[in-house]
Design a binder for this molecule. Sequence first.
Ligand code: AKG
Length: 278
Amino acid sequence: MIDASAKRSFDEHGYLVARGLFDAEEATFLRRHFMRLREAGSYPGDVVGVEPDSDDPLKCYPRMIHMHRWDRVARDWLLEPRLAHSLSFLLEGLEPFAVQTMLYFKPPGARGQAVHQDQYYLRVEPGTCIAAWMALDPCDVENGCLEVVPGSHEWPILCTIAADTGASFTDVTVPLPEDVEIVPVVMEPGDVLIFNGSLVHGSKPNRSDRFRRALIGHYIEGDARQVARWYHPVLRMDGSDVKLEAGSGGGPCGEWVDHDGRPAIELTGVAVDPRTTE
Ligand SMILES: O=C(O)CCC(=O)C(=O)O
C-alpha cells in the first residue's frame, strides 16, 4: 500500500519499495511461467540465444525483452491494476503509459548490470520514465540485488563511459563521484521497487548459488509526447494503443565538473542514440 508518506519519500529519494504488492504465490507462478518459456527456446527481443552448455550463465538464461507483445501473462502483469493504481498515485493522478517488459533470470555466477539511468535509453519528452521492478526470488547483496543512488533522480542524464564487462553484461555505465552512496535494495518475492527514470541504479554479479529473477515493467508519464523508437507501440493501462512520436535516443548529457571543490554536473556532452534497451 503506497500512502502519502511513501509518496513523499519517493519524491525525495526517487524510489520506493511497495512491499508485498503481489503475494508469494503470484511470484511463484510468474517465476515458473518464465522459466518454462526461457527453457523452451528463443523469442523476439533475445539479444543472444539460449546456449545451455555455455560457460556464461547469462547465455544459458539470457534476459527476455518485450514479452508482453507475445505473451498474455506478461501483458496482464504489465497492465495490472495494482501497478496502474500505484503508478497513478505517484504521478499525482496521471495514468502512465506502458512501454516495456523484461525478465532478468540472473542465475548463480551471472554478471550484473553496471549503474545507469533508464531515461538515457527511453528519452521520454516531456517528463520521464518510471520502472516497476518486481522480485521473483529473495534478492540480497549476495545474489546481486538492485542497487540505487538515492536522490540521483534530480540529476540530468549523464554521459556514459565504458563499464567493466567482467562484472557487467552491459558495456556502458555512468561515472559517479567517490563519496556517492549506493544502497542495496533487499527484497522478497512479490515486492515491487518503483523508481524514477533518472535514478542511477544497477546490480553487481550474483555471487550466490541462487537465481535472482526479476520481472520489470517500464512506463512513461501519461502526458509524454515522445519516447524512443524501440519502445513503440505504447499502451494505455487499459491495453489500447496510444500514438506518440518516436524520438531517437541520444541527446544532451551531463558531465561531472569541479565547482569549488565539490562535484557538479554540467550539460556539456552529447549522447549518441544507443538503438537498444537498458
Ligand atoms: O535487474 C538488474 O540487475 C538490472 C535491471 C535494470 O537495471 C533495469 O531494469 O534497468
